[in-house]
Design a protein around this ligand. Sequence first.
Ligand SMILES: [Zn+2]
Ligand SMILES: [Zn+2]
Length: 281
Amino acid sequence: MSSPNGPGVPSSGSPGSGAEALPAPGGLDSHTHMDILGLPVEGVLAAARSAGIGRVVNVGCDLPSSRWSASRAAEYDDVYAAVAIHPNEVSTVDAKRDDVLAELSSLAESAKVVAIGETGLDYYRDHADPALQREWFRAHIEIARRTGKALMIHDREAHEDILSILEDTGPWAPYSVIFHCFSGDAAMARRCAEAGYVMSFAGNVTFKNAAPLREAAQVAPVELMLAETDAPFLTPVPHRGKPNSPAMAAHTIRFLADLKNVPLDEFCARLQSTAASTFAW
Ligand SMILES: [Zn+2]
Ligand SMILES: [Zn+2]
């Protein structure tokens, strides 16, 4: 079957902000922060829908944003939630660790909470002691295991420690671990692929200086790829400099389909099937 997005017909420069919708079955935004965006959710979702982004996973970084994510997921059909304490936030809640973990566990019981995240390790920022981050990461892993939800990982300059904690707490079924805003190189992508970990690419894969990340995306098997905005951060080309929003996942999806040389409708179908395996929706 021929596709308007076949080889030699680059589409990553289009559409503009009056975005032409992705073809059926459309795409999704596997990681976003509409609470930080601060715009009316109704409008954000309508813009996403008209760009062909039918589902979004709103991700918590602390208790208030985790509660917010779970409530919006209960309220809107196309919103799903992930709940956790971000590694940069763990020192601010550590004094109430047991209570915080108990509340995350109870939020995670909801059917529309599809992942425990974002959790992991951030060795780039020094907001929390690395040893404390590792304790909290392991505590989140226990919740993911107990509730059967996917583990959504934030990994900033911490590849080796994250891989070794995962190995230590494994085995992990394929599609049960997601690296959000994948930031590894081709070698890291190979290791994730072997382990069956899902790699979610954000708008930074479109940046000029992101050659190592594009090499990683080239190596990543299509069936283990997701796309996300991490809005309001990491706005993809051609909208850099503007606030990001779930609708802009469409640009990253077009870019990745071109990069992988997969027709856009087929790439969307793969994304939908990876998301269904990962989030069990
Ligand atoms: Zn993150
Ligand atoms: Zn995030």
